[in-house]
Design a binder for this molecule. Structure first.
Ligand code: ADP
Length: 497
């Protein structure tokens, strides 16, 4: 057996409630598959609304005692978990590659990134601040302190199976919140391994309760409508985010929503094209394009269009596609066949509307959910892929500006690209390549997004506030702001004697 198969055979595949592993009340399970081969990897407990209720009651029962623990003790649990993840990096990465397809080297990268949220929030746990002032008339103290919001509902997607978990569990633990956690049904194994590691790191029973399920609306719906959860932190599609926001309104829950994106990647006439190529390879191809931060619309100024297109298709066309567990694989499969159907349809729509295929574009036969790295140019701004998250390895180039001109800062070419870039209901991230610092400053301000990468294709970092504006979401994860999402403000008035 492979290392991944051995690791998977040791994972607890039951529900984790009150520190104990137990099957779903119904005894049901669902199958987790390897997207590169289609083979079954494991049977995982298929939780129902009944299991969900028991998990949330457990979280509610443990909230007061957990909130009363010392920040230092919570910090130390996170730090131990961080170290355990690093110690077991290869094992966790191999499980991740098996269940969601990303190449092993990328999975290793996610393990480092995901672990770092625990180290970051271990450091934040002991720095929860407050404020103290005196009222204008000198008669009262205004003491402002922070308290955990209470039991939290955590729902994560499949594309970053470890990091999306640690990015929510880290601040919840640091703040002193208990949790119910539902990982994505396509990738529960990494989350179950993470759960085991947290228990080993000393997380008390009942603080983190995990319900895997093939019926997310039943489990999460139970949590959202019970009145016992005080907060929901969700990462996933805008569509599901809107459902949860509606449910949260019913009991006025705090919400953190990391939803979809439609990232513009802007290459100005004065850009360092080689640097832009490095940037777009990361922004487009990380996770086979299956990231909410993926460069979805690549706007390239006509002055550098030919050079950019040529260099990008050389790089994209040279990538090695295959099973992520094989040495040398640079691009793995998409997560499921539905994803390949979607990408195929988006490419044919773009081509029907006049786009040219520079490389890739042909769906392969055989096992696994593969789609080749593809470059399209002359994409019509009306094409479907301009208005949908592609979530696949397709780089769509939209030329802008006038030939040769446009290098002058403040030109109408800049106005044109800002208008195109902002013409979307989403606003997560934008990327900008220019050598002109004033232009970078102006365009960064004008882009309607929560994050901007200036001459870089990667913005994600545990030390930075991740999040979007418009329909990309509410709230921020990571950075100094991350823990605030899990804290309520309490103001205590004290007359000065
Ligand atoms: P994606 O398409 O990127 O997987 P989804 O929004 O479908 O995004 O999934 C993100 C998470 O939301 C997953 O854990 C999934 O199980 C969960 N989910 C899907 N539908 C619902 C729903 N109706 N209610 C609550 N959670 C849901």
């Amino acid at each position: 057996p492979t290392a991944a198969a051995q690791a998977i055979s040791r994972i607890h595949t039951d529900l984790f409630i009150d520190g104990r592993w137990s099957p779903a009340a119904s005894g049901a399970t669902f199958t987790v598959e390897n997207p590169a081969t289609g083979e079954a990897l494991a049977e995982v407990a298929d939780g129902s609304a009944d299991d969900a209720r028991r998990a949330l009651q457990t979280a509610a029962d443990h909230q007061a005692a957990w909130a009363a623990t010392s920040p230092r003790s919570r910090s130390e649990i996170l730090y131990r978990a961080y170290q355990l993840i690093i110690d077991r990096a290869d094992e966790i990465a191999s499980v991740m590659t098996a269940e969601m397809g990303k190449p092993f080297a990328e999975a290793r990268g996610e393990v480092a990134y995901g672990a770092e949220f625990f180290r970051w929030f271990a450091e934040e746990a002991v720095r929860i601040g407050g404020d103290h002032t005196i009222t204008g008339d000198g008669a009262n103290r205004v003491v402002v302190s922070k308290q955990p919001v209470g039991p939290c509902v955590l729902v994560t997607p499949w594309n970053f199976p470890l990091a999306m978990g640690t990015r929510k569990i880290g601040p919840a633990v640091a703040a002193g919140c208990t949790m119910v956690f539902k990982p994505a049904e396509l990738t529960p194994l990494t989350a179950l391994l993470l759960t085991e590691i947290l228990a080993e790191a000393g997380l008390p029973d009942g603080v983190l309760n995990v319900v895997t399920t093939s019926d997310p609306s039943a489990v999460v719906g139970e949590w959202m409508t019970s009145g016992k959860a005080r907060k929901v932190s969700f990462t996933g599609s805008t569509e599901v985010g809107k459902i949860l926001l509606g449910q949260a309104a019913g009991t006025v829950m705090r919400t953190s929503m990391e939803l979809g994106g439609n990232a513009p990647f802007i290459v100005c006439a004065d850009a360092d094209v080689d640097r832009a190529i490095e940037g777009v390879m990361v922004a487009k191809m990380r996770n086979m394009g299956q990231a909410c931060t993926a460069a979805n619309r690549i706007f390239v100024h006509r002055a550098v269009l030919d050079e950019f297109t040529e260099k990008l298709s050389a790089r994209m066309g040279g990538l090695v596609v295959g099973d992520g567990s094989h040495d040398g694989t640079q691009v793995g499969p998409l997560v499921e066949e539905k994803a390949v159907d979607k990408v195929t349809a988006l490419v044919s729509d773009a081509v029907e509307r006049g786009a040219q295929i520079v490389c890739g574009g042909e769906r392969p036969d055989g096992a696994g959910h593969f789609y080749p790295p593809t470059v399209l140019t002359d994409v019509d701004p009306a094409a479907d892929l301009m208005h949908t998250e592609i979530f696949g390895p397709v780089a769509a180039i939209i030329p802008f500006g006038s030939d040769g001109a446009g290098a002058a800062a403040g030109s109408s070419d800049d106005d044109e690209v800002v208008r195109l870039a902002n013409d979307t209901p989403w606003g997560l991230v934008g990327y900008l390549f220019t050598r002109d610092i004033d232009r970078a400053d102006r365009l960064s301000t004008q882009l309607e997004v929560g994050m901007v990468g200036v001459n870089t294709g990667l913005v994600s970092n545990p030390a930075a506030p991740f999040g979007g504006v418009k329909q990309s979401g509410l709230g921020r994860e990571g950075g100094r702001l991350g823990i605030e999402e899990f804290l309520d403000v309490k103001y205590i008035a004290r007359p000065i004697p």
